[in-house]
Design a protein around this ligand. Sequence first.
Ligand SMILES: [Zn+2]
Ligand SMILES: [Zn+2]
Length: 255
Amino acid sequence: MVGQREFLVQSWYHSGAMASSAEALALTFLPSTCATCRAALPWTGSRAGICAGCWERLPLHRGPLCPVCGSPEVSTGEECLACRTEPPPWRAAASLGPYEGTLRDLVLLFKNRGRDELAKPLAKFLAGNLESRGWKRPDAVVSVPMTWVRRLRRGYDQAGLLGRAVARELGTVYVRALRRHGRGAQVGRSRSERLRLAADAFGVRRRVAGRVLLVDDVITTGATVACCARALTRAGADEIYVLAIARTPQPGRIP
Ligand SMILES: [Zn+2]
Ligand SMILES: [Zn+2]
């Protein structure tokens, strides 16, 4: 009987029925309204408690972007003035869209509300974005580390979870290459203060080589990823790419 049951479960799985049944099962436990627009969740099309409409209407970048820093404040697809004047310590950086609307809701749900199930669909978006930009598959995926104090207090590392999910999507390895030294919260500090604190905030935990993809949730001033990129160069990376879920509309001007 057990064998027959296993066979039935396996054929159920391979027929694709498992996905919809698992989804139905998940819906029994997950809230029945979309976590961002609050509309009733339909039985199909929703992923990780977010309705299909919200996934389709994500505010992604549409216009030209600076190919180096990913800034949308360019009229053509040429490098922006800031990148030409002071090239950042990475090959290219990009984000899915501006930090607003549904994209902002998703980041907050994932980062602060412990909605781990968002890691996979977000990673799929990031992996798709990397491919659409023509970036080659990285040799390793790295995430921005949090301080051990914060990690202990939170009990989980969302950035690591996202980094691992992206590595899985791209069929490459996730490496905890960096460590973060406790330097206190960045909120409420001036830009120059944050830059100074961030400069020596990251250390090498494990060596890397070749092309490295640094995954982050939101790029604000770019200072954090720049410091991570410098640490990754020290860790052995030859080429660094940065990919984030979102970026604040005016990096550098938002505290
Ligand atoms: Zn929705
Ligand atoms: Zn730029």
